[in-house]
Write a protein that binds this ligand. Sequence first.
Ligand code: BJW
Ligand code: ZN
Length: 242
Amino acid sequence: MFSPTLIERLKTARSVAVLTGAGVSAESGIPTFRGESGLWKKFRPEELANFNAFMANPELVWEWYNWRRKLISEVKPNPGHFALAQLEQLKPEFVLITQNVDNLHHLAGNEKVYELHGNIMRSRCVDCNKIITNLNPEITTKIPRCACGGLLRPDVVWFGEMLPAHVIELAFQAARESEVFLTVGTSAQVQPAASLPIEALRNGAYVVEINFEPTVISHVVDESILGKSGEVLPQLINMLKN
Ligand code: BJW
Ligand code: ZN
């Protein structure tokens, strides 16, 4: 399944960067966004994942996020997450860049995690920007409010919003400096995250995609491995140890 080039490059690389997407958490039981059983089949992104939709109907948006927060609070990292935590231990320079908001990479033991799209377990006041980390994941239809009276929103990045500037900057820097770049379980359709593997390629990294199915970038990366991340990643890490 793995080419000798990949094994050689990964064994000798000092700096490795990994970009993950929803597919990495699929085997933990969290639905992806796109695809047949994806969240966007049932829920329209334009109604739920942008600021105007939130202000127009915060109750609906909170209902959706509470459902997901509860689901996420009940699941565990899978072998793919744990393999990436092991990879961090094997490499002197390792960065895990994730589009996921589910915190599972932290739970698996990764320490250097750049969260591009925020974290669903955090909330933020739309008026004073105060961050709240201890909101009960099971709050019901009530719209939560900050002590200042402002509406609280999930601290995630919606369409049309800027990603945290320092985080995206560090992510592009890590992509440029990486010798091997893995893009795992993402459809590579959402910008600017989808540009990271391209930036890595342009700067000479060996770029490898691991995905259940081909994506829009499969033809440009150095290698595309078709398979489940929870199966492929542990096998890849085992190969490195031998
Ligand atoms: C498995 C598997 C298994 C399954 N093993 N694999 C340039 C060009 C065109 C558009 C734009 C552009 N620049 C900006 C835009 C607009 C927009 C954008 O990209 N739109 C495109 C969709 C067209 N981007 C933005 O708005 C971003 N902001 C921005 O750029 O600000 C600057 C700006 C502002 C205004 C104007 C212009 C510029 C913000 C993007 C925020 C994305 N937010 C979401 C929601 C987060 C909160 C939440 O969770 O609720 O982030 S949308 C959703 O998509 C979520 C994800 O992180 C993101 C990516 O999805 P991901 O992870 O790739 O999941 P899927 O479902 O798409 O794919 C899963 C994959 O896994 C599949 O390929 C499966 O095959 C695979 N798989 N099981 C391995 N077991
Ligand atoms: Zn406030």
